[in-house]
Design a protein around this ligand. Structure first.
Ligand SMILES: C[S@@+](CC[C@H](N)C(=O)[O-])C[C@H]1O[C@@H](n2cnc3c(N)ncnc32)[C@H](O)[C@@H]1O
Length: 234
């Protein structure tokens, strides 16, 4: 069997740890400590994050979509495969080296996605873009940790708490969706989504896209704007 080799190490801005890019033949792995954040052979649920979100906004001709983060770009490429030529896709990636790896050692995996005219890559915290936005996005796709708590760095927790979820709701256009990837269920997170006023779906998806294998969870939280009741004449 071919052994893993270390390609590069990168510090996480605002975090204590580092990401490591590993390679074994044609297979890539991004490691955070002893946790595997991404493996190039497992992409089913990362792609489902894109397709399940798109199904809910597909009537919009010029959708604006925010993806956090880039990782190995499976979610980005799945978005590009379905959205119209007029779509705008913003990708926020916290670790600049991840973008450099995408353009360097993993360029074959990423194909033409990074230079696609619909795409802009921002080397920044996705939380900052969310907080700066007001009714700007039709979909926000979050896959930056292993679930709704900070793994890449502790401060990512704020994305999933009430204030972060309210900011995400505010960043969405009416009827837009916040989609969050997780390695497993989290009942308290589901409750927080309800509390913020989202319409909530919790969907189990296969890690490898086929039958068998681990199941991951994707929340699709829809910004529902209840109309004010018409005034009643006395
Ligand atoms: C699990 S990977 C993403 C996988 C991606 N969905 C794919 O299809 O390959 C998580 C990525 O999010 C990035 N990340 C972590 N925290 C972030 C943040 N606050 N803002 C933007 N990117 C972040 C990490 O550096 C890493 O590249």
């Amino acid at each position: 069997m071919i052994p893993w080799s270390l390609i590069d190490t990168a510090q996480i801005p605002g975090g204590e740890g580092a990401l490591r890019l590993m390679r074994r033949g044609a297979e890539f792995s991004i490691m955070l400590g002893n946790n595997e954040l991404m493996n190039s052979r497992l992409s089913g649920s990362e792609q489902a994050l894109a397709t399940l979100s798109y199904e809910r906004i597909q009537s919009r001709g010029e959708p604006r979509i925010l993806i956090g983060g880039l990782g190995m770009g499976f979610t980005l490429r799945a978005v590009l495969a379905v959205v119209s030529p007029k779509a705008q896709v913003v990708v926020a990636e916290l670790v600049p080296a991840v973008v450099a790896w995408a353009r360097g050692p993993m360029a074959d995996l990423h194909g033409t996605s990074l230079t696609d005219a619909r795409v802009s890559i921002r080397e920044t915290d996705v939380g900052q873009l969310i907080h700066a936005a007001h009714a700007s996005y039709d979909a926000i796709l979050l896959d930056v940790d292993n679930g709704p708590e900070g793994l890449t760095r502790a401060s990512n927790d704020s994305l999933y708490h009430l204030a972060g979820l309210r900011a995400a709701r505010e960043a969405l256009r009416p009827g837009g969706v916040l989609a969050v990837w997780s390695s497993g269920p989290d009942r308290a997170f589901t409750q927080r989504l309800h509390k913020v006023g989202f319409g909530v779906e919790e969907i189990k998806v296969r890690a490898n896209g086929g039958r068998g294998g681990a199941r991951h969870v994707i929340w699709i939280a829809t910004r529902v704007d209840r109309r004010a009741a018409p005034a009643v004449r006395q």
